[in-house]
Design a protein around this ligand. Sequence first.
Ligand code: SF4
Length: 520
Amino acid sequence: MCGIFGIYGHDEAANIAYLGLHALQHRGQESAGIVTSDGSRLYRQVAMGLVSERFGKDTLAALPGRAAIGHVRYSTAGSSELRNAQPFLFEYARGGLAIAHNGNLVNADEIRARLERSGSIFQTSSDTEVIVHLLARERGAHAAPHAAGHGQPAPAHGQPGAAPVAEPDLLDRLVAALRQVTGAYSLLLISEGRLIAVRDPHGFRPLVIGRLRDSYVLASETSCFDLIEAEYIREVEPGEMLVADGVAVRSFRPFDPAPPRFCVFEHVYFARPDSLLNGRSVYRSRERMGQRLAVEHPADADVVVAVPDSGVPAAIGYSKQSGIPLEIGLIRSHYVGRTFIEPQDSIRHFGVRLKLSPVRSVVDGKRIVVIDDSLVRGTTSRKIVTMLRSAGAREVHLRISAPPTTYPCYYGIDTPTREELIASSHTTEEIASYIGCDSLGYLSHEGLMEAAGAPPADEGGEAGTGYCSACFTGAYPVPLTGAQTGGQAGGPRGEAGAAPAPAGPGAAASLVPLRRLTRT
Ligand code: SF4
């Protein structure tokens, strides 16, 4: 998982990008990077580690220009090393190009193998580089996003009959490249003095646009707009390409439409609770998940305890619905570094204890309902239950504000293999026994969808939910390749009606002034 941020038309582009990445740090802590453009040259600074630790005054001073894109990374494709730190910066026939990517491409390995066979030399092990190689190889003549014969560009707002602007070859190349990849991508690019934002046709990963006085900002989440005091305008729509240049921000629709499949796990766990996703409060979604959980899996208990931080809103919802008081029974340390010396067997449960500590005065002698947002391998939950019991808890009832995670994600969230997912091969009773809790309950899939604001099944059915929930159902919206399924092309279960990547020209396109796109 990663976070991306972009700004166009600001005198302090690098400084604002730094702040934006700071507010997206929860989306990736392995590496951070910023590329700026002064209109003729691109400047890049990347480093392993946290934004606040690795970007100082001197680093930011080396990033001149009025446009910037930034990236924080948690590796899901490609190893954790500096060469994979984004944004990437490449030189190709038309000059410099920088790219930042959130998401995972499903067919990157296949394309990469093909390109390598025909002579391409890759500099990184990231799937993102595949897009750049495809783009660099494209002639572009057949893939214009505003292709003639597919309607005239809409006149700019307030300028009736404005002449269509001839797009340079860069957009042609980019669209042609993206038509060859499948999977999840929210992208920001800078090249030729322009900032380009693209979201894949299913819209797996979030991307929003806002305004900071006279400049435009783009980001994975709205939470960073609050920090930089930018005004949220709207989501970049699935399948949409926005181009900011010296004139305006223009919108293109270069891909065939596909059913929206936004990652529901962003609502469950990944996004910050102060963000809006699809215009919906993440905090409220999580609170609602907790309320539904209390209805579906009540517990006879004295106190509700959240596993901090992401379990807190769901615990609030559970407490509100059940009437059982919420108390802070687990404290999270915010000072856990990425490297530490681990004693071998001298301190049991060391890793979890470093992050979480029980509050004995809250749990001692009590029947506890513990609310967590996910249960993946079961090892952490087991340690939490043991820790609470050793702090005196009389009973521990575990409630998970999501359904059992039974399938891996191939669209940009780091999950273990199917074999490592405990719910893929064990019943709820078996998992409860392994964890050592008195009872275990998961939120139903229906409950999750309702909490995330999806229309009920009788108002559109499964295909109408607008969400991807493949890690809970195995219904993958974009078919997997042999690389992901161990040779079983098509994946564990393809989603009925899933739209493959469109091929060939024919992109309906329009020039739409940004004001017309503002969501009401
Ligand atoms: Fe999100 Fe799960 Fe779909 Fe991955 S598989 S995009 S984590 S809902």
